[in-house]
Design a protein around this ligand. Structure first.
Ligand code: HEC
Length: 189
């Protein structure tokens, strides 16, 4: 009798466990697609503004459009979507404890030779008594256009605006190839 029960339990539990893993992969794939959309929208606007008025004009895109795109996408999907970093420009983008540990893990993986371009991390996390799916994808620093606003040599007219908008700015002095931060997504289950 016991044996029958055990076998029955195995029969039902194994496919359920597999379905969970599939569900996580599916959620990760959807998160990846949203990050691509976010990055595409931001890069498009950033490029257009840089062309039109250089970094001074483009700061507006990062300052206004980045949070606006994140908000619009969060609403559309019913998820929490944003950007975060260990060296912040906007304190409103500060990582929570889980995000900080993933960002630190990304730095360790980069130090071990992994390419930040493909770096991601996802898992189910217990949060306020509920399970949520959390996803992060590293954002590498490219020479162009990132260093104009995040590098070591920022033009004085650009630095002046950054100083005014972000008096606690830590997001300078990056080099090409560094991890600038990460996209972060929380999906309710
Ligand atoms: C024209 C200047 C400018 C350029 C070019 C630029 N950024 Fe930014 N970046 C900003 C500003 C301004 C913010 C603050 C946005 C906000 O208030 O949320 C920011 C914020 C960020 C953040 C969010 C975390 C934080 O520190 O607040 C990330 C990640 C980031 N930038 C990555 C990049 C990457 C990667 C590139 C190159 C593809 C880039 N940026 C190019 C100005 C710029």
């Amino acid at each position: 009798m016991k044996r029958v029960l055990l076998l029955t339990a195995m029969f039902y539990c194994v496919p359920a466990a597999l379905a969970d893993a599939g569900d996580l992969d599916q959620r990760a794939a959807e998160s990846r697609a949203v990050v691509k959309e976010f990055m595409g929208a931001l890069k498009g606007q950033l490029k257009a503004a840089l062309k039109e008025g250089g970094p001074v004009k483009a700061i507006e895109v990062c300052n206004v459009s980045a949070p606006a795109i994140a908000m619009a996408q969060s609403k559309k999907h019913g998820w929490k979507i944003g950007r975060t970093s260990l060296k912040l420009r906007n304190p409103a983008n500060a990582p929570d404890a889980w995000e900080r540990s993933v960002l630190e893990e990304f730095e360790a993986r980069k130090a071990a030779g992994e390419d930040p371009k493909l770096m991601e991390h996802y898992e189910l996390v217990s949060q306020d008594g509920r399970q949520v799916f959390r996803y992060m994808k590293a954002i590498p620093t490219a020479e162009k256009p990132c260093l104009a606003c995040h590098g070591a040599k920022i033009r004085p007219e650009v630095a002046k605006i950054l100083d005014r908008l972000y008096p606690q700015d830590q997001a300078r002095g990056f080099r090409a190839g560094d991890i600038r931060g990460a996209f972060t997504i929380t999906q309710p289950m």
